[in-house]
Unconditional design. Sequence first.
Length: 133
Amino acid sequence: MSDPIGYIACLTCLTPKAIMQGTGRRKNYLYGRCKCGPDNRTGEAIQAQFKAFKSLDEIEAEIASHKQPQPEPLPEPTPEPESEPTPEPLPAPEPEPEPQPKATPKPSRVKQVGAGMAIGVFLGAVFKLAFRG
């Protein structure tokens, strides 16, 4: 692994990301490594970020400023508008309820399974007698 040529701030893990020059086929590209892992993207935008590396001291100061909580500005109180009297809505006539169709009771699963077993036993006996040697 080569020595870092500079650092940038990793805003994901808030640690310095070491920027190093690639070797071999990737010698034209920079890559970074931090606690998140290696970052060897070759797109123009990320390579421009990698080329904007700084010294370790500058990056540590930048990360320290990111770690400090930013004071949230207090929301300005807004004057409440005076409520105007609103006319009460007229009650809507209720539609007549439609008659519900009578629900037919469905046979339970136990009855269905029992009927299936009875049919199976009956057909089994019929086939056994019919195809007896």
